[in-house]
Design a binder for this molecule. Structure first.
Ligand SMILES: NC(=O)c1ccc[n+]([C@@H]2O[C@H](COP(=O)([O-])OP(=O)(O)OC[C@H]3O[C@@H](n4cnc5c(N)ncnc54)[C@H](O)[C@@H]3O)[C@@H](O)[C@H]2O)c1
Length: 318
């Protein structure tokens, strides 16, 4: 028994394993561990100091007793990255060592300037509801960084919304919201897919909302749009899985981003009930959710796709 355990531990200690959802695209001869990256034996407790290379396809690796996130050097596009939670995702990805393109309909130059302290960032003014604009965003990312590993579909009409009974929502507002929150996700996925397919790897993180599970009143178009994002995530996961691309939805509960906090009408009517409904009875801030996005971009989540990760302090359970 002890021999089996010891052998198993030794195997775990020395193997480095490609974590692509579809396996390593390179298809190079595997070692005993099932991975060509099997190299040298580590002593128990010895950290692997091999430079952070991973497999040539850019997949994560298992090193010794520790998971490496392998976000260092990754290229992430964050839509709606000029303010609010998008800016917080961008900052966190930069801190993790990623290179980041922020895309926003509001000029993202000032945000990029602020983020430069945290790493390599590029800003492109983009309307996610316009196919031409989205294609220009993807071209700019490839031109600047040469690849795209992560797309965070965060852009949406949210913090500026006025709570409105469903009968009184303006048709133009309904159409624009659907164009940004739903069509925008489709257009961005459609534009990055060829790049990620070519790489045989990629992560798409669609920002949904826990509000979908609650039927929160006075935001019917917004709730419907986030329901669509969750549904689209499942289709995309199935259509892109064979190409090594994982697609998941991240569904935060009410988060007091700076932009949301600035709209007292939007947050005021729901915040007390939301907090009361949580297992953790407190307000949530950007730091409560950004780590979940990094997780969904990391090797740690390599076998997760089509899922919705709710980050709401235990308000709704699916
Ligand atoms: N803050 C919350 O409580 C909360 C909860 C759940 C989900 N979310 C989601 O998280 C994301 C960010 O939320 P936030 O609180 O920062 O709100 P926000 O409204 O400040 O963020 C949206 C960002 O998208 C940008 N944007 C809007 N239209 C765009 C377009 N056509 N093209 C490109 N960019 C566009 C905005 O300029 C803004 O920077 C949104 O998808 C929102 O639905 C937020």
């Amino acid at each position: 028994m002890a021999t089996v355990a010891t052998r198993a531990a030794a195997t775990v200690m020395h193997r480095r394993m490609c974590l692509s959802p579809s396996g390593c695209a390179e298809g190079v001869k595997s070692g005993r561990s099932g991975c060509r990256l099997l190299t040298r034996r580590l002593r128990p407790g010895q950290a692997d100091r091999t430079p952070s290379r991973g497999c040539p396809a850019g997949h994560g690796v298992w090193r010794g007793a520790e998971w490496r996130r392998e976000t260092r050097g990754q290229v992430a596009i964050i839509t709606g990255g000029a303010a609010g939670l998008g800016l917080a995702y961008a900052r966190r990805f930069l801190e993790e060592g990623a290179r980041v393109l922020i895309a926003d309909i509001v000029d993202p130059a000032a945000a990029a300037k602020e983020l430069e302290r945290s790493g390599e960032v590029h800003a492109v003014r983009t309307d996610v509801a316009s196919a031409l604009s989205v294609e220009a965003m993807v071209d700019a990312a490839v031109k600047r960084f040469g690849r795209i590993d992560v797309l965070v579909n965060n852009a949406a009409l949210f913090a500026g919304l006025a709570p409105t009974p469903f009968e009184h929502i303006e048709e133009a507002e309904w159409d624009r919201l659907m164009a940004v929150n739903v069509k925008g996700v489709w257009l961005c996925c459609r534009a990055v897919a060829p790049v990620m397919k070519e790489q045989r790897s990629g992560r798409i993180i669609n920002i949904a909302s826990a509000i979908v599970a609650k039927g929160t009143p006075l935001l019917m178009h917004y709730v419907a749009s986030k329901g669509a994002v969750i549904a689209m995530t499942r289709v995309l996961a199935r259509e892109l899985g064979e190409h090594g691309i994982a697609v998941n939805a991240l569904a935060p509960g009410l988060i007091m981003s700076d932009t949301a906090r600035a709209n007292a009408d939007l947050t005021g009517f729901q915040a007390p009930q939301v907090i009361a409904s949580r297992a953790f009875k407190r307000e949530a801030v950007a730091d409560d959710v950004v780590g979940a996005a990094v997780f969904l971009a990391s090797a740690d989540s390599a076998f997760i796709t089509g899922q919705t990760l709710i980050v709401d302090g235990g308000s709704v359970f699916l």
